[in-house]
Write a protein that binds this ligand. Structure first.
Ligand SMILES: Cc1cc2nc3c(=O)[nH]c(=O)nc-3n(C[C@H](O)[C@H](O)[C@H](O)COP(=O)(O)OP(=O)(O)OC[C@H]3O[C@@H](n4cnc5c(N)ncnc54)[C@H](O)[C@@H]3O)c2cc1C
Length: 464
């Protein structure tokens, strides 16, 4: 039997779920509070430049991503653009200058990014004891200090975490924020041994390893994907509908109430694909025994979402001394600069800047310096320019600029996050037909969000 489904939230998670359910012949309605599809995905084209405000690339770590991008109903397969191979080189800021991150064991032995002592610590990692099962939950920083030492934390993990979570490794949970890393120690007793054995197992099973997965986008940016999904949904997609409460109807189904008071009945299933702070405000009316109104997800408002601002600047090629030959640079906190890191956008996707020009995307704020993200746009650009001048030898003024602020950008899976995951799970048990998906439950990357949307759609389809 086909289901009647309400999807709340028109970011990539909700759009993916709604698209798959519609393809499966279910009666789906997607409710989105704002006037546009895509959530944090936002691509801006102007005067021959293409800027991404939020996410820049998607890592093709799951076949679900390939299937979605190539789906004939979306018709965007030929618009896919893989990042240039030059993006394989990554830099870490050290002593104020970008240093190449070694890509091979030989390169690691030779690099001056890490001291001899740090290299020895890495070699000793497979012989370190495993964290006992049932012992107190560790932060990522404690985990790395214990297995690899402070220098790796400062010059490898801290900048990596700034790039992925805009987060602070001292607060992030290794168990919930980096479950694959945690599992490596639990399963193999060592990260290095686990990486080697795990990669061997994945190769045998034909699965894609993260280091080989492609970074992709589209000719006009990531918004091509969310626009195509929204266009496919057409009448099933309701913009400007902020859902405020969900109620159980007399026949055991669910109704949706929007901020303007409009109530839409009756849904067999409801998918919530919202940020945690928005889930926290939802009011539930449950009929029958245990009835009454409440905010069962209220504690999710405690989940930290630091502010992040993107500053996208374009220059003539001759204004930048650095070769920009790579993916970009991540900035460790100990380097005490204003910015989290810079992507060499026009190296990854040359068509995003006019001929003879380069485009750089820099992120400001995060858990490290949230206040910097909130500064006036002019001040933010000045902070970024100051770093770009000293790090890459940029001279003169930018010929293109676009900046965007996410006041609540990325949820921090901090130590103790399991409590929030339990609350989400409990709601699904207490309210059959309600499902939670998306970045505050299933992981923060675009790949995680797509897989999350697919998974919840499949779960509902299996019921039908
Ligand atoms: C600055 C930044 C850079 C990033 N860079 C990358 C990157 O390069 N690569 C990568 O893989 N990931 C990146 N991410 C992470 C990734 O983009 C997100 O995790 C993912 O897009 C989340 O999608 P979502 O659909 O779960 O949530 P969202 O995109 O947050 O969508 C939720 C939607 O719900 C709507 N909504 C909220 N409340 C209501 C309501 N009450 N009723 C109806 N609708 C409501 C919102 O308007 C929004 O459209 C980045 C994120 C940010 C913020």
């Amino acid at each position: 039997m086909k289901r009647t489904v309400a999807v709340i939230g028109g970011g990539i998670t909700g759009l993916t779920a709604a698209f798959r359910l519609k393809q499966g012949g279910h009666a789906v309605t997607l409710f989105e509070a704002s006037q546009r599809a895509g959530g944090v995905i936002r691509s801006v084209e102007k005067d021959g430049w293409l800027a991404e405000c939020g996410p820049n690339t998607m890592l093709e770590t799951s076949p679900a991503i390939t299937r979605l991008v190539e789906d004939a109903d979306l018709g965007i397969a030929d618009r896919r653009r893989d990042a240039s191979p030059a993006g394989g080189t990554r830099f870490i800021l050290k002593n104020g200058k970008p240093m190449m991150l070694p890509g091979s064991p030989g390169g690691f032995l030779k690099t001056s990014l890490f001291s001899f002592k740090a290299k020895l610590a890495l070699a000793a990692e497979p012989f370190k004891a495993r964290w006992p099962e049932g012992a107190a939950e560790e932060s990522l920083a404690d985990f790395v200090r214990r297995r690899l030492g402070q220098e790796f934390l400062d010059y490898a993990i801290n900048p990596f975490v700034a790039g992925v979570y805009a987060g602070d490794p001292e607060n992030l949970s290794v168990k919930y924020g980096f479950p694959k890393l945690y599992a490596l120690e639990q399963k193999y007793g060592s990260m290095i041994r686990g990486q080697i054995l795990g990669a061997r197992e994945r190769r045998k099973s034909g699965r894609v390893t993260k280091d080989r997965a492609k970074q992709l986008s589209f000719d006009k940016g990531l918004q091509v994907l969310t626009d195509a999904l929204a266009e496919n949904l057409q009448a099933h997609f309701r913009l400007g509908k902020e859902v405020t409460s969900i109620g159980k109807t007399e026949d055991g189904r669910w109704s949706i109430q929007c901020a303007n008071g409009v109530v839409v009945d009756f849904f067999d299933e409801v998918i919530l694909a919202l940020p945690a702070h928005r889930l926290a405000t939802l009011i539930f009316f449950r009929g029958g025994a245990g009835s009454g109104a409440g905010q069962p997800l209220k504690c999710l408002e405690e989940i930290v979402y630091p502010s992040v601002s993107s500053v996208v600047l374009g220059f003539r090629r001759d204004q930048v001394e650095h070769s920009l030959d790579g993916f970009g640079t991540l900035n460790p906190e100990v380097e005490k600069v204003n910015t989290l890191g810079t992507l060499f956008t026009s190296t990854l996707f040359p068509e995003r800047a006019p001929e003879g020009h380069v485009l750089l995307t820099t992120y400001v704020g995060g858990a490290r310096q949230p206040d910097l993200a909130l500064k006036e746009e002019g001040e933010r650009v000045d902070l970024v320019l100051k770093d770009l001048r000293s790090i890459y030898g940029v001279s003169g003024e930018p010929v293109f600029q676009h900046s965007f602020l996410y006041k609540k950008a990325i949820p921090q899976y901090e130590v103790g996050y399991g409590k929030y995951l339990d609350v989400m799970k409990q709601l699904e048990v207490d309210c059959p037909g309600i499902h939670l998906a998306g970045h505050c439950r299933d992981g923060i990357s675009l790949a995680d969000s797509i897989v999350s949307g697919e998974k919840v759609a499949e779960k509902i389809s299996r019921k039908a």
